[in-house]
Write a protein that binds this ligand. Structure first.
Ligand SMILES: [Zn+2]
Length: 251
């Protein structure tokens, strides 16, 4: 091979390699479930379900939800928005003191777009993290992207920042933010309930108390059916413990 050909060949491979540094294509769910970088649900033998509440905190609804969770000895995960945490810091303190988990949902409920710059999105996460660390002394480890939008870059960045991306069970998307009616929300969750589900709800839907009313039906019914409501982290560790147990030889 002539020197020129070698140079051209090296240049070509550099171009190809740099193109693959952040592959443009979006992997599918199977890929990410294998790598564990995104979690939709955590199927398991235990009758455990994770309720998640996005977009809060809010002045009224969050408090009402916390009251109900306490009544049914239920734990949940709140994916909070940084600028709302600044507005209602006491609500976040209450969530933590009552045994719930806090996850990061960006600072301004920022929707990821193809044109979004990596640094812009990282700052959305880091700004919420800063507010939470200052308020609670704890760094969150779970991240939920607004609207559930993700791409390769985002998954790479969130992992680098120490987060696992959490979405939700597709059969547990209640659409409560659209205010579909109390019955629609409660029926969706109760009818579809399976071990290891991650349920998508919102504790901030302007002008709506449908989520609160639906919880008054969901919590007693699923408790009666033997389900336990746990945080997302507990749902994950419950599955890990199950895996460890199953590897123990019987004899
Ligand atoms: Zn949201």
């Amino acid at each position: 091979m002539s020197a020129w050909k070698r140079i051209v060949s090296v240049l070509l491979s550099l171009i190809v390699l740099s193109g693959f540094a952040y592959p443009a294509q979006k992997h599918d769910r199977t890929f990410y479930e294998k790598t564990g970088e995104i979690i939709w649900e955590v199927p398991q033998q235990e009758k455990k379900i994770a309720l998640t509440f996005d977009d809060g905190p809010s002045e009224e609804t969050t408090g009402q939800i916390l009251d109900l969770l306490k009544e049914y000895h239920a734990k949940a995960t709140f994916f909070v928005v940084g600028n709302r945490v600044m507005e209602y810091p006491d609500m976040v303190k209450r969530e933590l003191s009552e045994g719930h988990e806090i996850g990061n949902h960006t600072f301004s409920h920022y929707y990821l777009r193809n044109s979004t710059k990596s640094l812009t999105f990282q700052n959305e996460i880091l700004n919420t993290e800063k507010v939470l660390v200052e308020l609670t002394g704890m760094k969150p480890h779970l991240f939920r992207p607004p609207g559930g939008y993700y791409n390769e870059q985002m998954v790479h960045d969130t992992k680098k920042l120490g987060y696992t991306t959490i979405l939700w069970s597709w059969h547990q998307d209640t659409n409560d933010w659209r205010r579909p009616g109390v019955r629609s929300i409660s029926k969706k969750v109760i009818t579809n309930a399976r071990n290891g589900d991650i349920v998508l709800l919102h504790d901030y839907v302007p002008g709506s108390n449908q989520t609160v009313k639906a919880l008054k039906v969901i919590l007693p019914e699923l408790t009666k059916e033997g389900f336990q409501f746990v945080t997302v982290s507990e749902l994950i560790s419950s599955k890990q413990e199950e895996g460890a147990r199953n590897q123990i030889p019987l004899y």
